[in-house]
Design a protein around this ligand. Structure first.
Ligand SMILES: NC(=O)c1ccc[n+]([C@@H]2O[C@H](COP(=O)([O-])OP(=O)(O)OC[C@H]3O[C@@H](n4cnc5c(N)ncnc54)[C@H](O)[C@@H]3O)[C@@H](O)[C@H]2O)c1
Ligand SMILES: [Fe+2]
Length: 425
């Protein structure tokens, strides 16, 4: 019997004497309550002239104002772009680059969610290398270092503070687009969980769900046969031993704290655990890659304008149902990491229990169950399936079937909100 992609990958990994590895991270990642106070020192050591990128909801918050004031006092000049709009429309990149065009910028400080950090990555890229954003779409198109970036996340979810990725909304494309390069990894990631205390419950749920999906999707990513040159040229290298441990740590912390932080936004301990988990999950997917829920969310997010984390969370259980036979063993490891006990259950029963655990958590924190719930029309499913097939960068990480029929089956089940319609691989 022919082996499926996942089993082939696992067999290949087991047969290799030494699995090539890589770790690409910021120069320093700090996770500490109060670490925002280190920003003065960190920014001023990188140069004299600073660009701050943030958004209109954040710029008015007292803690953010304190950071802006203290850092500005320490720099020779500070330029502020505070107009970032959700999901990085290309016009924001143009406006921010234009604002800085005649100025000297030595260092960029991004204070915000994934949107703000991704915008800052693109601005630092274009200010050094010129051209248009589309010149860099895809993998490994950035020719060299960009402006040093200090990333300060105010949500706990995307992991963008440690990843080599920027996700952009281009009005000329039906899909969100990604730029991936090691040169987009921020120079410093300064994670102060205090800054996430003001996130409303919906932002907490959506960004935390994004982190959950990063951990699960990268842990289940298709293992790939790698050589040394792949580690330089390929951003997503598939499931690998180096980042498995990050994924497991992330999901354990999210299992204990995501719902807690959503129920009580003032719980700084829970907020801190989720912020740390988001960073770990970011490191996991920054190497392993995300898979089918993220690939399908690209066209769905572009059509419905629903938040990224809500979309990937809604889709997750359907994709897990497709994978539950071929990835049963790996799902069992995830199940143990969230505190479930296998006992006498078969591997398949235990995988099913893990999927039910995910579904129940997502339902409790308000993630909708069906694509119909978020305004997708059933007649749009074929075009969404076709557009998903264009997201090859992520689909190649998916261990299950990913042809048109398989994607349409997943979308149909997700539209109806009926997981039983998914036929496992
Ligand atoms: N680069 C990556 O590696 C990566 C990974 C995953 C997702 N993404 C992208 O990141 C974006 C989503 O980022 P996100 O989930 O962090 O949300 P976001 O940055 O889009 O922010 C969502 C909303 O929350 C508000 N907000 C942020 N922090 C807040 C705070 N502390 N208090 C009150 N309000 C706050 C923002 O003003 C905004 O209105 C998407 O564009 C997604 O595609 C990027
Ligand atoms: Fe994501």
């Amino acid at each position: 019997m022919a082996l499926d992609r996942h089993s082939r990958g696992i067999a290949m990994l087991k047969s290799m004497k030494f699995q090539p590895k890589t770790l690409r991270t910021p120069r320093q990642t700090i996770v500490a309550i109060g670490s925002r106070k280190d920003l003065v020192k960190i920014c001023s050591r990188e140069g004299a002239d600073l660009l701050i990128v943030t958004d209109q909801s954040l710029v008015g918050l007292p803690l953010i104002q304190e950071i802006i004031q203290s850092v500005s006092e320490a720099m020779e000049s500070t330029t502020i772009y505070s107009w970032a709009k959700t999901d990085v429309p290309i016009s924001d990149i143009d406006d921010a680059v234009e604002l800085c065009q005649s100025k000297k910028i030595d260092v960029i400080l991004a204070i915000g969610g994934g949107t703000v950090i991704d915008l800052a990555k693109m601005v630092g890229l274009l200010l050094i290398h010129g051209g248009r954003p589309e010149d860099y779409y895809g993998e490994d198109k950035v020719p060299g270092p960009t402006i040093p970036l200090i990333a300060v996340p105010t949500t706990a979810g995307t992991g963008s503070e440690v990843t080599p990725v920027a996700v952009i909304t281009d009005p000329n494309r039906a899909l969100k687009v990604g730029v991936s390069s090691v040169y987009l990894i921020p120079t410093f990631a300064v994670i102060d969980p205090t800054l996430t205390l003001t996130c409303p419950p919906s932002v907490t749920a959506h960004s935390g769900t994004d982190a959950l999906c990063h951990a699960i999707e990268s842990f289940l990513a298709r293992p790939k046969e790698l050589t040394a040159s792949h580690l330089v040229d390929t951003v997503f290298i598939g499931q690998n031993a180096t980042t498995d441990s990050y994924a497991l740590q992330a999901i354990t912390a999210l299992a204990k704290n995501l719902e807690k932080s959503w129920r009580n936004g003032d719980d700084l301990d829970a907020r801190s655990e989720v912020a740390q988990a988001a960073m770990w999950a970011g490191l996991a997917f920054a190497h392993g890659g995300t898979g089918c829920p993220h690939a399908m969310q690209y066209p769905i997010g572009a059509t419905t304008r629903t938040p990224h984390g809500l979309g990937v969370g809604l889709l997750l259980p359907y994709v897990l149902a497709q994978l539950k036979i071929i990835c049963a063993e790996r799902m069992g490891q995830l199940a143990e990491a969230v505190g479930l006990v296998q006992g006498q259950k078969s591997a398949l029963e235990f995988a099913e229990e893990f999927i039910q655990w995910c579904e129940a958590l997502l339902e409790r924190i308000g993630i909708p169950k069906s694509l119909a719930d978020i305004g997708v029309n059933q007649s749009e499913l074929p075009i969404i399936a076709e557009r998903t097939l264009l997201v090859t960068r992520l689909l190649q990480n998916h261990p299950g079937s990913s042809d048109y029929d398989a994607i349409l089956m997943l979308l149909t089940a997700a539209w109806k909100g009926e997981r039983s319609l998914v036929i496992p691989d």
